[in-house]
Design a protein around this ligand. Structure first.
Ligand SMILES: Cc1ncc(COP(=O)(O)O)c(C=O)c1O
Length: 388
């Protein structure tokens, strides 16, 4: 059975050249990067080359990159590493749970948190952030691109607000890295999270950019790895893969590789929108990363459509992968003002470098009939059709 995967915001396949780059570090290059002998020096050199590639992707110095076990850890290290009891944090209502639940925990341990809203297109208003500042504000943490809608946040303005107020600025760039250009110096950010498995490296590796001079309390205690900011023997194969992924992503951005991905995304949107009624794009009109579209199909249950499409070979998702399985509507979509029914009727299509226009046509061939069948079964749809 043919299978097409349009759920790259949940996880991407490891690209063959990235797999080849990491392969020797599972085999003949096994040294501990802290060892001073040949084997250790070989892996140490590989880790430092990877650090240079990740730094080049985000516009930082190599020494400002800390390797972690993924996006969640990077976000947690940023938040817990910077804040103390009594501090005030500003974040948004549409953050990933890696930030939201870290904020919840910080609240229970004596920090204050302001959750700024977003508008109907899913964007934070920088003036809301400015107004939320307090004398004890220590950190603004607002994501660069939302994982569900792909909507980009005004990080340059937010960085300026933070710098002017002398407050730290962290941005979760897990869904932005490799899809849009990032230059940490341009948007005055002190901390920025990325994750390997959203950019064709494996799951379980990530990085946190920490601006030089930023005092960060570690979360793990042990050896003095990563300049004492993240103890633990380095995941060398994962780090090498992340370095290679960063190198490919940078090259891809320089050569306009994202244009073909956004062309496929636009074709999906246009075809689906023209194929039926009561369908629309969540976050339409806002700047978005090129690979993501989030579409509502009123009168159906998103989960039912995901399952029906999966049975025909197309993998997409409702909301964030980590909240799949719960019946709660997406916190991102409801924060944008969608009613719970419309939020539950929304699907995310997210493309990756491995997807092809032929796969797009395959997907587009499945969607209208699957949607029509589900709507035929929907009592709400039939009532609405009769009353119109
Ligand atoms: C915006 C965002 N932040 C953080 C994470 C967590 O990253 P990881 O899965 O590497 O822990 C994700 C994963 O979905 C994400 O989309």
């Amino acid at each position: 059975m043919r299978r097409v995967y349009f759920d790259n915001n949940a996880s991407t396949p490891v690209l063959p050249e990235i797999f080849e780059a990491m392969r020797p570090y599972f085999g003949e290059r096994y040294g501990n990067a802290s060892s001073i002998h040949h084997h250790g020096q070989e892996t140490r050199a590989a880790v430092e080359r990877a650090r240079e590639s990740v730094a080049a992707l985000v516009g930082s110095l190599p020494s400002e990159i800390v390797f972690t076990g993924g996006g969640t850890e990077s976000d947690n290290l940023a938040l817990f590493g910077i804040t103390r009891t009594g501090d005030h944090i500003i974040t948004s209502t549409i953050e990933h749970h890696a930030v939201l639940n870290a904020c919840n925990h910080l609240e229970s341990s004596g920090c204050e948190v302001t959750y700024v809203p977003v508008d109907g297109r899913g964007q934070v208003d920088p003036d809301d952030v400015r107004r939320a500042l307090r004398p004890n504000t220590r950190l603004i943490t607002i994501m660069m691109a939302n994982n569900e809608t792909g909507v980009l946040q005004p990080v340059e303005e937010l960085g300026m607000i933070a710098a002017t107020a002398d407050v730290h600025f962290h941005s979760d760039a897990v869904q932005a890295a490799g899809k849009v250009a990032i230059d940490v110096k341009r948007f005055a950010c002190d901390l920025l999270s990325i994750s390997g498995h959203k950019m064709h490296a494996p799951q379980g590796v990530g990085a946190l950019y920490v601006r030089k001079g930023t005092i960060l309390q570690p979360m793990l205690y042990g050896g003095s790895h990563e300049r004492s900011r993240r103890a633990g023997t380095e995941n060398v194969p994962g780090i090498v893969a992340l370095g290679k992924a960063a190198q490919l992503a940078r090259k891809g951005l320089q050569h306009g590789e994202m244009a073909s991905i956004s062309a496929m995304r636009d074709r999906i949107e246009q075809t689906i929108l023209s194929a039926g009624e009561a369908i629309g794009v969540n976050g339409a009109g806002a700047p978005r990363v090129p690979n993501t579209t989030n579409i509502y199909f009123d009168y159906i249950e998103g989960e039912a459509l995901v399952i029906a499409l999966d049975l025909k070979g197309l993998a997409v998702s409702t909301g964030a992968a980590c909240s799949s399985g719960t019946v709660e509507p997406s916190h991102v979509l409801t924060a944008m003002g969608l009613c719970p029914d419309r939020a539950r009727a929304s699907l995310r299509f997210s493309l990756g470098k491995q997807n092809t226009p032929d796969e797009v046509e395959f997907a587009l061939g499945l969607i209208p009939s699957t949607l029509a069948r589900l709507r035929d079964l929907s009592p709400v749809y039939n009532r609405a059709a009769i009353s119109s």
